[in-house]
Ligand binder design. Structure first.
Ligand code: UD1
Ligand code: MG
Length: 471
């Protein structure tokens, strides 16, 4: 089967510098959703994307996709320099089509049509034209399916070219269709732009097929949302909710506890083990894995992170590019940044930031700390207000904290620096040289106490401020 995805249109109503087909739905451009479905169809096909508006951006995105995932390297593009209509768009792809196989036409801005629906439509294609049609309460704006008394499809008439009788038809053209490729070339070349919009309408091939005696059959989508297109922000938001509901339902079916399935957003892939709990308002981005018995508190943002079994992430925590070991307790209000690797039973508390650091098992940083570019051993206690000074304004340096170290509150470790096994750093220490193992290292000024008298209140000797008179 040939698959052509029409994606050259501008999408003016999105009011965006980003081409419409690159607008994200559940964190992924519309076009990526369509391509994924196209690549999952049987028989296999190499999709051709007709690009035009924002062609460079679309092409760059396709190259990026192919880099990430080999499946997408099969996708080809053709350029439609001027957008003269859907018929003209398909004509650009004609030289690349295999005449021996039917051609499935998809739209780059109809992202949720399922592979089951498309396979059903494709099965109609045996020498015939197959149309995916839909009944709508309010069909305004769509092309209407005109049938004869025997219910055979005769034509598709666009809203702008329709008379009141045709406008009252509620069966619409979704735009998705399958066509016999051998005849298609002749039909496409025969299309005239004699209509209200002065465009070459692909829908005109239907009357040509009827004239040529080629049967026109129709199929319907299993679900209403499958045929919805994105023309403006409201439609994009509506589809986002549809997709998020679907994702939430799959999670529920797989045994994940969602405290409110309407309040979770998955913008990528969320893989969950058994007995995972997710509280409200969480956003998952990229690839996130939550192992058995992981609990995510409310309003967490978690991106490209693996969380091992039994770990609890408390409310308002932000994790990105991290590997979190088992039985950790993270947050509330923790920030775990790329390159953080925490072993088992690690505690990271409120307002603690960890970046590009390995923390071994049973270590704790419970309050207000920054651990950056560090290697932290086991059973280390990092006191409140401790900061690794990893950046000298030009370069980053490493801090090494060995096993069983105790770091008193409000300590600065000026990297590169090393704290030996079992060392204690007194509160308030500014560590600029390595601390030897087993010893107490302190760098604060000696505490003194002196006799003194608190000042008492006297009449002010300062000149009085002038009052500004109001007019
Ligand atoms: C089209 C159909 C209409 C159908 C509706 C469903 C035609 C003439 N009309 O109308 O019957 O009910 O879709 O949504 O086909 N595109 C190009 N190049 C162009 C023009 C369009 O690639 O020159 C692409 C667009 O990017 C889009 C798709 O084709 O993905 C549909 O184009 P659009 O202009 O939205 O068509 P409609 O007027 O909505
Ligand atoms: Mg449209």
């Amino acid at each position: 089967m040939n698959i052509v995805i029409l994606a050259a249109g501008q999408g003016k109503r999105m009011k965006s510098a980003l081409p419409k087909v690159l607008q994200p739905l559940a964190g992924k451009p519309l076009l990526a959703h369509v391509l994924e479905t196209a690549l999952a169809l049987a028989p296999k096909a190499e999709p051709i994307v007709v690009i035009g508006h924002g062609a460079q951006q679309v092409q760059a995105f396709l190259a990026h996709l192919a880099n990430l995932d080999e499946r997408f390297s099969k996708v080809k593009t053709v350029l439609q320099k001027e957008q003269k209509g859907t018929g003209h768009a398909l004509l650009q792809a004609l030289p690349k089509l295999n005449p021996g196989a039917p051609t499935l036409v998809l739209y780059g801005d109809v992202p949720l049509c399922s592979k089951e629906t498309l396979n059903t439509l494709a099965r109609l294609s045996d020498g015939a034209v197959g149309l995916l049609t839909h009944r709508m309460e309010n069909p305004y704006g769509y092309g209407r399916i005109v049938r004869d008394v025997d219910n055979n499809v005769q034509a598709i008439v666009e809203e702008k070219d329709a008379n009141p009788a045709i406008r009252s038809i509620q069966e619409i053209n979704t735009g998705i269709m399958v066509l016999p490729t051998e005849q298609l070339g002749k039909w496409l070349k025969g299309i005239k732009a004699k209509n209200a919009q002065g465009e070459y309408y692909l829908t005109d091939v239907i009357t040509m097929a009827v004239k040529a005696g080629v049967p026109v059959r129709s199929a319907q989508a299993a679900d209403d949302y499958e045929i919805l297109g994105v023309n403006n922000r409201a439609q994009l938001a509506e589809l986002e909710r549809v997709l998020q509901t679907q994702i939430a339902n799959v999670l529920l079916e797989n045994g994940v506890t969602l405290f409110d399935p309407d309040r979770i957003d998955v913008r990528g892939e969320l893989r969950c083990g058994k007995d995972v709990w997710i509280d409200v308002g969480c956003v998952f981005e990229g690839i996130v894995t939550l192992a058995d018995q992981v609990r995510i508190g409310p309003y967490c943002v978690i991106k490209d992170t693996h969380i091992a079994e039994g770990t609890a992430i408390e409310a308002f925590s932000h994790l990105d590019g991290a590997k979190i070991g088992p039985a950790n307790r993270i947050g509330p209000y923790a920030r775990i940044r790329p390159g953080a690797e925490l072993a088992s039973d690690v505690h990271i508390g409120n307002f603690v930031e960890v970046k590009n650091s390995k923390i071994a098992s049973q270590s704790k940083a419970n309050h207000l700390a920054y651990v950056g570019d560090s290697i932290v051993g086991s059973r280390v206690n990092i006191g409140a207000g401790t900061i690794t000074c990893n950046y000298d304004g030009v370069n980053k340096h490493q801090t090494v904290i060995e096993d069983d170290v105790f770091i008193g509150s409000d300590t600065q470790l000026v990297a590169p620096v090393k704290v030996g096994k079992g060392a204690t750093l007194g509160a308030g220490t500014t560590l600029t040289k390595d601390a030897p193992p087993g010893k107490l290292t302190v760098s604060r000024a000696k505490q003194i106490s002196i006799e003194w008298q608190r000042p008492t209140k006297v009449k002010s000797v300062l000149p009085k401020a002038k009052k500004i008179a109001r007019k």
